[in-house]
Design a protein around this ligand. Structure first.
Ligand code: C2E
Ligand code: MG
Ligand code: MG
Ligand code: MG
Length: 292
């Protein structure tokens, strides 16, 4: 009967929900150990200047090398890490590793011109120890604070704008840069941008995608003009085709990231890129760096 089918339907729905909860609990317990056992590592996606396609910096992206499931995406485990509070420890690991890596790249290049972007979730941003922690990481690594950009997503900023704004000011006082990630997706008032200590906008991939289908959307043009007006560094995310890079450049967007240029890469692959990136920033040869 219809009633029985209904009952059956709800039963399976419940089952699926229980499965889901169980899976999350398992992952959460495993994630705790993953941090302790060194199963997390960072990959780095180049940020390039769209004119020359040359690497100017990288964004650090965390990966979990799960012993049974293989490499897990942060979209799977970052939400669990946020709910459980493990994100604070993970964030510490990410910041430390990224800045140490950058100091090695500074040595390869022989300058401090390269930039490092690190993602920050709102839970980390609200952690009272964050500012001291970032200061410590910068000091220990010896990087220039201006080389480090912390990325916060737009929706997170808007959720608690007063508290977040205070924290962002404290971070910026360290001499680091701040970027709004996934910009344009938040449906939020643009006026907050003028009042927050922000240095860069990362234009969400959905806008870059639009460039493949239509004439340049008005929203993208507006965002770019706004960013230029406020003197912000603008980085387009998710560039997969050269045509997108060309359109963005024509619209005045100077920087970009995406599979068209490079996927997130292991540190060693970035080493290689830097050793061969001679134009503009003369890098020391492999031979020389090996002996320093
Ligand atoms: P995000 O910061 O917006 O990073 C961009 C995401 O887009 C990355 O996914 C990157 O691999 C992917 N991507 C880059 N170029 C392309 C492209 O051309 N096409 C497509 N389809 N994708 C592209 P990923 O590494 O899976 O990271 C997902 C999100 O997880 C990040 O989004 C960020 O919000 C979060 N996340 C990653 N690492 C960390 C971390 O260390 N801490 C925190 N709190 N969040 C992190
Ligand atoms: Mg990001
Ligand atoms: Mg993004
Ligand atoms: Mg994102």
């Amino acid at each position: 009967s219809a009633k029985r089918q209904d009952h059956y339907h709800f039963a399976t729905y419940d089952d699926a929900m229980q499965q889901d909860i169980l899976e999350k609990l398992t992952l959460r317990a495993e994630l705790q150990r993953a941090v302790e056992n060194g199963q997390l590592h960072l990959v780095y996606q180049p940020v390039v200047d769209l004119e020359e396609g040359r690497i100017r910096g990288v964004e650090a992206l965390v990966r979990w090398n799960h012993p049974q499931r293989g490499v897990l995406s942060p979209t799977v485990f970052i939400p669990i890490a946020e709910d459980s509070g493990l994100i604070v420890e993970i964030g510490r690991f990410v910041q430390k590793t990224a800045c140490k890596q950058l100091s090695l790249w500074n040595r390869i290049r022989g300058d401090k011109a390269m930039t490092m972007n690190v993602n920050l979730s709102v839970r980390e941003l609200l952690e009272p120890s964050l500012v001291a922690q970032v200061r410590g990481v910068i000091e220990d690594s010896g990087i220039d604070p201006s080389q480090l950009t912390l990325e916060v997503t737009e929706t997170h900023v808007m959720a608690q704008v007063d508290l977040v704004s205070e924290r962002l000011h404290q971070l910026r006082d360290l001499g680091i840069k701040l970027a709004i990630d996934d910009f344009g997706t938040g449906y939020s008032s643009l006026s907050y941008l003028e009042h927050l200590p922000v240095d860069a906008l990362k234009i969400d991939k959905s806008f870059t995608d639009h460039l493949l289908k239509e004439e340049t959307p008005v929203t993208l043009k507006t965002i770019l003009r706004l960013g230029q007006e406020l003197n912000l560094k603008i980085v387009a995310e998710g560039i997969e085709r050269s045509s997108q890079a060309e359109s963005l450049l024509a619209l005045g967007c100077v920087y970009g990231q995406g599979y068209h240029f490079a996927r997130p890469l292991e540190a060693e692959a970035i080493d290689e890129m830097l050793r061969h990136d001679e134009n503009g920033h003369p890098t020391r040869s492999m031979q020389e760096t090996r002996f320093t």
